[in-house]
Design a binder for this molecule. Structure first.
Ligand code: FE
Length: 345
C-alpha cells in the first residue's frame, strides 16, 4: 500500500503496511532519499518492510536536489539513506559532507572493493554497462572494439547518442579523460561529434530504436534499456532486441574494460535511525534484494550469487572498468566542457 505525500518540489512515499501517518514517530522507519525512480526499487522497499517490519519513507527527487536538501536540513534532516545513479554523484554527496562510512562486514564481504568507495561512504547496489549497439542486419562494424574507435572517420555519419550533458555521457567521457588525458579526449570527442548521424536527441532508448529505420548504424546506450525490450511482452519489442547487437568496449588484454554506470547507496551523516539505516543498507546486498534489482530492472547485480536476467545474459559476458567515483566527479566538469567544445551538444 502506497501513500503519496507531496512536499515542496519533491514526492514522498511511505511504503509498507500497516500504513503509518506521515508524521508518525521516526521509530520503526528508515527514510530513503532516492534519485532512482523504478518500480523495482519500490518492490525492494516493500520486501524489506515485510522482512523487518521497518517502514520505508521514500523521498524521491533529482540527485543534486536531494544532496542540497540533506545539506540544508543539517542536523535536523530526517534522511537516513541516500540512493542515486552515477558514481560521480555519489562522490559529490560524499564531498558535500552529507554521508558517513557505513563500515559493514556484510557490505565488505558481499560487494567487491572496486564497487565501493575506498572510505566506505557508499557502495554500488547495481550496475549497467555503457555499450555500443549495432544493427545485426548490417553486420558487426569492423574496427570497433574500444570507445576510442568511435572517433574513427570510418564511422562518419553513423553514430546516435544522447546529449553530452547527460550524466551517462559525462561519466563515460570522464572515464576516457582519466584513461587517455585531456588532449586525446578532446580529439576523441571531436571525432565522435563528426561521426554523429544526427544532432543528439532523446534518451538512450531513442538511439538504438533509430537503428532499424536506418537513421543510425551505431548507438551508445546503457544495457538495461535494451534488455527491457528483450523482456517485453510485445513481439515488436523483442524483434527490435533480436536485431540489435552489443559491443562491450575495451575488453582486450590489459585494456581497462567497459565503462559501467553504477547506482549506489550511502548512510547519511546525520541519520536519525542509524540501526534501521544500517539494516537497510545491508539488506541491499542480500540475494533477495539483488535479485529484485537484477531481474526487475535488468541491471547487473553487484554480488556473484544472483543470476542475470536472461535478456541481459543474452548480450554476453564482459569485464567492467574499475569504478573511481572521486576521479569521475573530479573530471566531470572538464569532460563536459571538452565534449561541448568539440561540438557534441
Ligand atoms: Fe537510465
Amino acid at each position: 500500500m502506497l501513500r503519496r505525500v507531496l512536499l515542496p518540489g519533491l514526492a514522498a512515499l511511505l511504503l509498507g503496511s500497516p500504513l503509518a501517518h506521515a508524521q508518525a514517530p521516526a521509530r520503526g522507519e528508515v527514510a530513503v532519499y532516492s534519485a532512482r525512480h523504478y518500480d523495482s526499487d519500490r518492490r525492494l522497499y516493500e520486501a524489506f518492510t515485510r522482512e523487518t517490519g521497518i517502514r520505508v519513507r521514500l523521498i524521491e527527487g533529482d540527485a543534486d536536489q536531494l544532496i542540497e536538501r540533506i545539506r540544508t536540513e543539517g542536523q535536523n534532516s530526517p534522511a537516513d539513506v541516500f540512493i542515486t545513479v552515477d558514481a560521480a554523484r555519489l562522490a559529490r554527496a560524499k564531498d558535500a559532507g552529507i554521508t558517513q562510512p557505513h563500515g559493514s562486514a556484510a557490505v565488505e564481504s558481499r560487494v567487491p572493493a572496486g564497487l565501493r568507495d575506498p572510505q566506505g561512504h557508499w557502495f554500488a547496489i547495481s550496475q549497467r554497462a555503457r555499450v555500443v549497439m549495432y544493427d545485426k542486419q548490417r553486420g558487426l562494424p569492423e574496427g570497433l572494439t574500444r570507445y576510442e574507435d568511435l572517433a574513427d572517420p570510418r564511422f562518419r555519419g553513423q553514430i546516435c547518442v544522447r546529449a553530452a550533458n547527460h550524466p551517462y555521457n559525462v561519466s563515460m567521457a570522464a572515464s576516457l579523460l582519466a584513461a587517455d588525458g585531456a588532449e586525446a579526449t578532446e580529439a576523441w570527442a571531436r571525432g565522435v561529434a563528426q561521426n554523429l548521424a544526427r544532432p543528439p536527441q532523446g534518451g538512450d532508448r531513442d538511439q538504438f530504436r533509430a537503428i532499424p529505420p536506418g537513421q543510425c548504424r551505431l548507438a551508445i546506450s546503457n544495457t538495461y534499456y535494451l534488455a527491457a525490450f528483450g523482456a517485453s511482452d510485445a513481439p515488436a519489442d523483442r524483434e527490435l532486441f533480436q536485431r540489435i547487437g552489443v559491443i562491450f568496449p575495451n575488453q582486450g588484454a590489459g585494456d581497462r574494460g567497459a565503462h559501467v554506470n553504477v547506482s549506489g547507496a550511502a548512510l547519511v551523516r546525520t541519520s536519525p535511525n542509524r540501526d534501521n539505516a544500517a539494516r537497510f543498507l545491508d539488506y541491499l546486498t542480500t540475494r533477495e534484494a539483488q535479485e529484485v534489482l537484477a531481474l526487475g530492472n535488468m541491471e547487473y547485480p553487484v554480488v556473484d550469487d544472483v543470476p542475470l536476467h536472461p535478456a541481459l545474459a543474452a548480450m554476453g559476458r564482459f569485464r567492467a572498468e574499475a569504478i573511481n567515483g572521486d576521479r569521475l566527479a573530479a573530471n566531470a566538469a572538464e569532460a563536459l566542457r571538452i565534449m561541448q567544445r568539440a561540438g557534441w551538444r
